[in-house]
Design a protein around this ligand. Structure first.
Ligand code: FE2
Ligand code: FE2
Length: 435
């Protein structure tokens, strides 16, 4: 019995770890529903001039983002309660929907949100009894995650006299942006499927000897998690390159381009193994991401394939893999662990080549795809900068140790992204002009 339970404990622990790790997840917008709340001051006029103090709660179901549009859109219910002149209350419930209209990297700087619903004002006096009506409104939120709300609302009476609409202007504070905070991941070449970007699951295969001994528990766990995420992202690049090679071949691309996509697939296999080995040694568990199949071919025709491949080359190759190379180079400068240094040196070299392959695929699609590709790529290049990878948030832990193990401080990761974006946009515009 005791030997049985001795054997069972690690097995159960491994199962538990595996269960925790094994759900493939969408790498961007982990949450598809987001919540937001606001406090406001307002002035109402029409029936009676009234000073209001209000609260507002809203839930929002976020829509899938589209290419070239880094803004989130969403729709959901809202509820409001406002105290008018400390003598009456106005309540509203309904549906709100809108979008981010300006985004500066991962900070939402402006959103616009419309409201439609039902409203009820409680009784002021005998002349102004309680009245229900139609609620319409528009709110713009500036800044995030604590934002400034500016709003205009109207209540159009549906019951009893007087039929005088009430208008309200106000401002307030909003906690959490209405359309969520962005965590878009562009870490190397992501695996894009019909359902969005997918991060392969990971499994724990059994205990391993943890090393090195000097790390405290929390830092070790954070580092293991970060390297496991990298292993999963690298593993997602394998089927992504397989699909790229297949789609290039189907579009009639030169054999050299198809061959380079297959060679890159081989690089991603090595990156996956290296990152998983580092994660395993830190975790004290043999951890491995699970290989997923390539997504099914889904382009309507060759033209659609060229547009999609051009946009993916830009986002995932020129930007994503370019930034991955820039981050690896910077991480290498601060890393001291031998295994980590070897992995980072290899990743920095290979990802720079993958970015270069991205540029070649882009040039091929521009040459073959004509105006449609030029316009799509032009829109992506001249639009607002995409957010830097959100899942590369700084790893918690003692900074000297996290850097020794190849994790960059957030500011450095962001500046690597900035640098990549600026250079890629300049080179991209040149390429477009030449095309
Ligand atoms: Fe890679
Ligand atoms: Fe890559």
């Amino acid at each position: 019995m005791s030997s049985c339970s001795r054997a069972l404990t690690p097995a159960l622990a491994a199962l538990g770890v595996a269960a925790l790790l094994s759900l493939p997840r969408e790498a961007h917008a982990d949450e598809n529903v987001t919540f937001s709340g606001g406090l406001s001051m307002s002035l109402s006029f029409g029936q009676k001039v009234a000073f209001g103090l209000g609260v507002d709660l809203r839930a929002t179901a976020l829509f899938e983002e589209s290419w070239g549009s880094p803004a989130s859109k969403g729709l959901g219910p809202f509820a409001q309660a406002t105290l008018l002149n400390f003598e009456a209350g106005r309540f509203a419930i309904g549906v709100h929907g809108g979008s981010e209209i300006v985004r500066n990297y991962d900070d939402v700087v402006c959103t616009i949100d419309g409201e439609l619903g039902w409203t009820y004002r409680s009784r002021y006096s005998d002349e102004l009894p309680g009245q229900h009506g139609l609620h319409v409104g528009v709110v713009s939120t500036l800044f995030s995650p604590v934002g400034l709300d500016l709003f205009a609302r109207a209540a159009i009476p549906l019951s009893s006299e007087p039929f005088v609409p009430e208008g309200t202007l106000g401002m307030g504070l909003r906690f959490l942006p209405p359309f969520g905070e962005q965590t878009r991941a562009i870490d190397g070449r992501p695996l894009r499927t019909a359902e969005g970007v997918v991060l392969p699951p990971a499994i724990a295969l059994g205990p391993a000897a943890p090393r090195p001994a000097r790390l405290d528990r929390a830092t070790r766990a954070a580092l293991a998690g970060a390297w496991l995420d990298s292993a999963r992202a690298e593993c997602g690049s394998i089927p992504a390159f397989l699909a790229l090679a297949r789609d290039l071949a189907a579009a009639g691309a030169p054999a050299s381009l198809v061959g380079r996509a297959l060679a890159a697939l081989g690089d991603e296999v090595r990156h996956t193994a290296r990152c998983a080995a580092i994660a395993s040694s830190l975790a004290g568990w043999r951890l491995s991401p699970a290989l997923l199949p390539p997504p099914a071919a889904r382009d309507a025709d060759r033209r659609a394939a060229l547009v999609r491949m051009a946009l993916e080359a830009w986002h995932d190759g020129c930007l994503g893999e370019g930034a991955a190379a820039a981050r690896a180079r910077r991480s290498l400068a601060g890393a001291s662990d031998a295994g980590v240094r070897a992995a980072l040196a290899e990743i920095a070299r290979d990802e720079a080549q993958h970015a270069e392959l991205g540029w070649r695929v882009l040039a091929y699609c521009l040459a073959e795809g004509g105006r449609e590709v030029r316009e799509a790529v032009g829109d992506a290049m001249t639009g607002p900068a995409p957010a830097p990878p959100g899942d590369l948030a700084e790893v918690d832990g003692e900074p000297r140790e996290t850097q020794a193990f190849g994790q960059l401080p957030r500011a450095q990761a962001d500046s690597a992204w900035d640098e990549t974006w600026t250079a890629a946009r300049r080179d991209g515009e040149r390429l477009l002009t030449a095309a």
